[in-house]
Design a binder for this molecule. Structure first.
Ligand code: TGC
Ligand code: FAD
Length: 419
């Protein structure tokens, strides 16, 4: 059989090496010789040296420090807070922002970091997205100089954890209908309302609260120890379990005018934060697909049924071919999005296409991979079912699959079909 050399330097399997030895178990040559095809078009070769270094640093952290803990946290419904200092030390919190203790990395580097984090678990990427894109970004973009200096360095260091309150119990896909109100009272504002399905509510020190006012939509920095502010963890979640999700209530919470984001003056402000986070998800979903594909391939190469490895059956090989093709499509979309963002040409509908497409690829890959692992695939010992469960949330938050389809529909037809 002709052997094609891959950049990994690993050889392809020969037909002979594929034969399972029923006495000695899995042929070690099979596992050792598996070529890493998951970057099929070698797109990572287009990354700069610094971007590749960030990729390798994050991937190593995920492999060595996060993966050994994830099943336990997924089962317990907790996030490994003990890893926050290491996440901060890598410069991942607010990494694509400049100044104020932030790393100032490229948009592509941020995307690649999200990809590697989400290969570990969507909860890990969520933690970084919420802190950097949903909490630090609005301060960086819409905050006063004093607010930036006060909050951003501590948030980049992981000393202050944020949460982003847009969704309400009765208003999810349509945040413009929000019921939370802020009323001006001299130099202060009085906030009333509730936010639900909020990542990190319950562990956050600071909430970015979006509220309607007589002057339009506004954003406020609300410390979680403010009088009248109460946060609770949502306990019965079946998805994204290695991430804390909660709700908070505000009963006449008083905040100073100096805690309002001065440049956030319309619903476009919170929506622009969503664009930042959705961008990260478009990359993260590729990490999920890759992790599931690799898990299923490893498993099937090492498990015989009917006297030979599962991976040697034609049905399995077609599934791997489909998974690899879809994952490659998703990777192409995210990397193209990265270059558009770096050229300042990315538009919300570009991000919608990649978020929607790549989440669909990730969940489909996770479900296929799970099935290819049989009964073992339903345990937390392997990642695909955990990823598939997580993707239910990832497909819902930051705009559902349908909402992103409608954003694309509006761009295609010029007709908004949301209402
Ligand atoms: P619409 O009239 O379309 O727009 C109002 C203004 O906002 C501008 N805009 C955006 N700007 C930047 N980025 C975006 N993505 C933007 N989308 C809209 C728009 O140009 C307009 O500006 P202007 O100057 O003309 O006024 O607003 P609409 O009220 O009709 O809403 C449209 C719709 C449905 C697309 C929007 O509301 C939407 O995206 N809904 C989905 C809600 C959503 O995604 N929520 C996410 C909550 S946060 C979250 O889930 C965090 S998960 C965290 C984790 O753990 O990772
Ligand atoms: P709904 O808006 O009620 O939608 C229900 C269904 O109806 C969906 O299938 C939707 O696509 C469909 N639908 C809605 N409108 C239309 C329409 N016009 N046409 C066709 N179909 C439509 N929010 C935050 O603010 N901050 C957070 O940190 C945060 N973290 C989250 C973490 C998790 C784990 C989860 C699950 C959610 C989180 N969210 C957060 C909330 C999330 O953004 C919302 O759940 C999401 O925007 C959808 O809103 P909803 O759940 O109210 O669904």
């Amino acid at each position: 059989m002709e052997q094609r050399q891959r950049p990994t330097g690993r050889d392809h399997l020969t037909p002979k090496s594929l034969h399972w030895n029923s006495r000695s178990g899995p042929n070690p040559d099979i596992l050792a010789c598996m070529a890493d095809l998951s970057d099929f078009y070698e797109l990572d070769a287009l990354l700069s040296d610094e971007e590749q270094m960030i990729r390798d640093t994050v991937a190593k952290f995920v492999e060595n420090d996060f993966k050994p803990l994830v099943a336990e946290h997924f089962e317990a419904g907790t996030f490994p807070m003990e890893l926050v200092p290491a996440i901060a030390d890598m410069g991942l919190l607010g990494m694509h922002l400049d100044g104020y203790g932030c790393a100032g990395a490229s948009a592509m580097a941020y995307g690649i970091a999200c990809r590697e984090l989400e290969a570990g678990d969507s909860g890990l990427r969520s933690f970084v997205s919420v802190q950097g894109s949903l909490c630090m970004f609005p301060i960086w973009k819409y905050g006063s100089e004093e607010q930036k200096e006060q909050w951003l360095p501590q948030m980049a260091a992981g000393e202050i954890i944020g949460c982003f309150g847009l969704t309400e119990p009765d208003h999810g896909s349509d945040p413009s209908a929000m019921a939370t109100r802020a009323k001006r009272d001299g130099d202060e504002w009085i906030l009333n309302g509730s936010k639900r399905w909020i990542t990190n509510a319950g562990i956050a020190d600071l909430a970015i609260v979006w509220a309607n006012t007589d002057e339009g939509f506004r954003g406020f920095l609300v410390p979680s120890d403010s009088d009248g502010f109460e946060a609770r963890k949502i306990q019965n979640k079946l998805s994204l379990r290695a991430s804390v999700t909660g709700e908070f209530y505000m009963d006449d919470v008083v905040v100073a005018e100096s805690m309002r984001l001065p440049d956030a003056v319309s619903i476009g402000a919170p929506l622009s934060c969503l664009s930042e986070a959705r961008y990260g998800i478009a990359f993260g979903a590729v990490g999920v697909a890759r992790d599931c594909y690799n898990a299923a391939l490893d498993y099937q190469q090492g498990r015989p049924q009917f006297g030979k490895p599962l991976s040697s059956f034609q049905i399995s090989q077609i599934k791997f071919a489909d998974m690899l093709t879809q994952m490659t499509n998703a990777n192409l979309q995210s990397m193209t999005l990265g270059r558009l963002k770096e050229a300042h040409r990315v538009r919300p509908y570009h991000i919608s296409m990649a978020k929607r497409h790549n989440c669909r690829v990730a969940i489909d890959t996770a479900r296929t991979a799970r099935a290819m692992m049989g009964a073992n695939g339903v345990s937390t010992e392997y990642s695909p079912m955990r990823h598939a469960n997580n993707m239910e949330s990832v497909m819902t938050y930051e705009g559902t699959e349908e909402i992103h389809g409608l954003i694309l529909g509006q761009e295609i037809t010029g007709i908004p079909a949301f209402r």
